[in-house]
Design a protein. Structure first.
Length: 433
RNA sequence: GGAGAAAUGGCAGAGUGGUCGAAUGCACCGGUCUUGAAAACCGGCGUACCGCGAGGUACCGGGGGUUCGAAUCCCUCUUUCUCCGCCA
């Protein structure tokens, strides 16, 4: 979330930039400032009364020692009155804090100046294309991946339905091996680019989900394991299955003060990702196009605010390199305000062209969150002036597996079989499916 | 799952009702000394909020309570350790 001070100092800019998102709750901006004003008035009075009582308590102690009980009793009365008032102020403060937080949760991140205004994914801007011309498949080898999966017996969608339900595919044989190879390939590429590999927990608590902004914004997107237990119905296993490794990995740095010399902090990790995807339907969810569980290698950086956009470009180049090595036709989109995630200031999506489906599939999303996550995470560093400052967080998929598998199968199919790109053969140990 | 012990600043660790935002040591930063370094010595060294400032307030795992006054007493939750049980 944004800090109130930032909102105070940049009201005009915020209004203008949030306009690009089609943000409708502009009155929340003034509301936040008003609530913050109330907070200050409240604290002023409450601090003054607390100071009075602290002082009085010391006097009472001294008087007791001197045996002057009567004098002490008089002061005690005053203290008791103050305490009543302090209690009321505290209740008011809790309410104000709560309301302020709720308001701040409703205000999304401020889009970067380069973000195009727009309503939906149709307004996204093609930032770069990575192909000469879009591939056209031979009539002899022009199957969508769900048919290829059946033909070569490498993904069993029906078995997944039986075991769990729709959107939980079972990978078999070379299909499973291809996935494992891709994960390894992505992880090694990330390691070579100086990302520290981590294997985080796959379930996170509420604080973590809040830290990276999944809560309260995307609550319905996550699988939740909480259960009431006992007679009072106290919650146990109050966890969320991660929708992306961004959540556990970025939260490593929740409540952490890093050294300025530690920048840039680069982390990567492979995890399955779990998404409920409520409201999805039709051919968008066919095969691997949209599933509830998929594997992904995520790259995360904690960066210095002065250089975070350079960091974003560096991450962009990294992802682009992966797609080139996989010999897939891709394009990079700069998301418009309306399609931009709530927490992001600038996002580039990578799409790969699925030749058999003749459509673009999103395989990566690379974003700079500026201080939006760091503020919730309390992720800070001491700057050159010795002052505490919020760091910037960034992350990107490098890459998401399911759709990459779909595109590899479709684009590299031939009458003889599915060709494995050269760069991947060292990991698959086979050249063809 | 059962029984017991514990949680204090970057780390170690003292503190069992007032003079404690907290001793001491280490680490760290600045200085003296030194050709340089080390050692020694001197000084500094938590975070957030309010205030133009002086200064004030809050925080000793989280939350609540007792008290004029809580790191210290009580309740509760969480986590860690030890023992027993179960288990990949």
């Amino acid at each position: 979330m944004l800090t109130v001070n930032y909102i105070r100092e940049n009201t005009a800019l915020i209004r203008e930039r949030l306009g690009k998102r089609g943000f409708r709750l502009m009155d929340k901006i003034d509301e936040a400032i008003t609530l913050d004003d109330q907070r200050k008035v409240n604290q002023n009075e409450s601090d003054r009364l607390l100071a009075e009582n602290n002082k009085a308590s010391k006097e009472i102690g001294a008087l007791f020692k001197q045996g002057k009980r009567d004098e002490a009793t008089g002061i005690q009365q005053k203290v008791a009155e103050n305490k009543e008032r302090i209690k009321t102020l505290k209740e008011e403060k809790d309410k104000i804090d709560h309301d302020l937080r709720e308001v701040l949760y409703l205000i999304p991140n401020i889009p970067h100046e380069s973000v195009p205004a727009g309503q939906s994914d149709e307004d996204n801007e093609v930032f770069k294309t990575g192909y000469e011309s879009l591939p056209v498949l031979d009539a002899a080898a022009n199957l969508p991946h769900w048919e290829l999966a059946k033909k070569y017996d490498i993904i069993d969608f029906e078995a997944g339905v039986k075991i769990t339900g729709a959107g939980f595919p079972l990978f078999k044989g070379k299909g499973a091996q291809l996935k494992r190879a891709l994960i390894n390939f992505f992880l090694y590429e990330a390691s070579e680019a100086a990302y520290l590999e981590v294997m985080p927990p796959l379930m996170v608590n509420e604080d973590s989900a809040r830290g990276t902004g999944q809560l309260p914004d995307k609550e319905g997107q996550m699988y939740y394991t909480g259960q009431p237990k006992g007679e009072e119905g106290r919650l146990v296993d109050d966890f969320y299955l991660i929708p992306t490794a961004e959540v556990p990995i970025t939260n490593i740095y929740r409540d952490v003060i890093v050294n300025e010399s530690d920048f840039p902090i680069r982390l990567c990790g492979h995890t399955p990702c779990f998404r409920r995807e409520v409201g999805s339907y039709g051919k968008d969810v066919r095969g691997l196009n949209r599933v509830h569980q998929f594997d992904k290698v995520e790259i995360v950086q904690i960066a210095h605010p002065d250089t975070s956009y350079d960091t974003l470009n560096e991450m962009l180049n990294h992802v682009e390199g992966l797609l080139q090595k996989l010999e897939l036709p891709y394009r990079i989109l700069r998301l418009c305000g309306g399609d931009l995630g709530f927490t992001s200031a600038l996002t580039y999506d990578f799409e790969v062209y699925s030749a058999a489906q003749q459509k673009w599939l999103e395989v990566s999303s690379v974003s700079n969150f500026l201080t939006f996550q760091a503020n919730r995470l309390k992720l800070r560093f001491r700057n050159a002036d010795g002052k505490m400052q919020l760091a910037h967080t960034l992350n990107g998929s490098a890459l998401a597996l399911a759709r990459i598998v779909a595109c590899l199968l479709e684009n590299h199919q031939s009458p003889e079989g599915i060709k494995i790109p050269k760069a991947l053969q060292a990991y698959t140990r086979f050249e063809q499916i």
